[in-house]
Design a protein around this ligand. Sequence first.
Ligand code: SAM
Length: 225
Amino acid sequence: MTRQRLLRLKSVLDRRQPDLTVLMENVHKPHNFSAILRTADAVGIFEAHAVHPTGGVPTHHDTAGGAAKWVYLRVHPTVEAAIAHLKARGFSVYATRLSPSAIDYREVDYQKPTAVIMGSEKWGVSEEAAGLADAEIVIPMVGMVQSLNVSVAAAVILFEAQRQRMRAGRYDRVQLDAETYHRALFEWAYPEIARELREKGLPYPPLDDDGGIVWPEGALPWTSS
Ligand code: SAM
């Protein structure tokens, strides 16, 4: 870990937006799933959500551009469970839908805790999810084709959220709480050691100003016993 690397990781975490997220409902094509994660990273999303029929995650490394390493992903068993999880944390949930009653995506106030549901390539956002969402939103389409590619639609909406939040200064001050910030910084800086510590149920030690690990009593916990 170099000091330059530490500063780079911190500069990204400094801008992460824990109260902005995307929920992918059965987005099954790996290149779309990965492209949305890549957009999520670029926009500053800290944690994305997914519901996937297989329970697995269809990421495609090349398309994600490594974004899967930097955006936490929480996979839920059902879309109902995912929406309940988000609402319990105070998120307003918007279902992207090509329906006449959907509001223009630019009318949403994305400065509030916001989750945007993206639907599957074939079926779109399910009736169940739409029924549980706070509102339906749409990107107006005035051409011959009915819909956008799901990853393109996600980018359009999430960058509008970023625009609103940047204008409000939300990227100029740290949004993550101190505990979450430290956890993410440690995991990003030392993924292997973080995994070992988690497996042993041990806390992550502090990092010094150069990103070095400040081990208690100067010993690696798993070699000292
Ligand atoms: N046949 C599907 C339907 O009727 O919803 C089309 C799905 S579209 C290819 C895949 C996903 O991209 C949608 O579920 C939605 O999340 C998003 N999407 C595509 N175009 C959109 C638009 N104009 N407005 C909002 N979301 C859009």
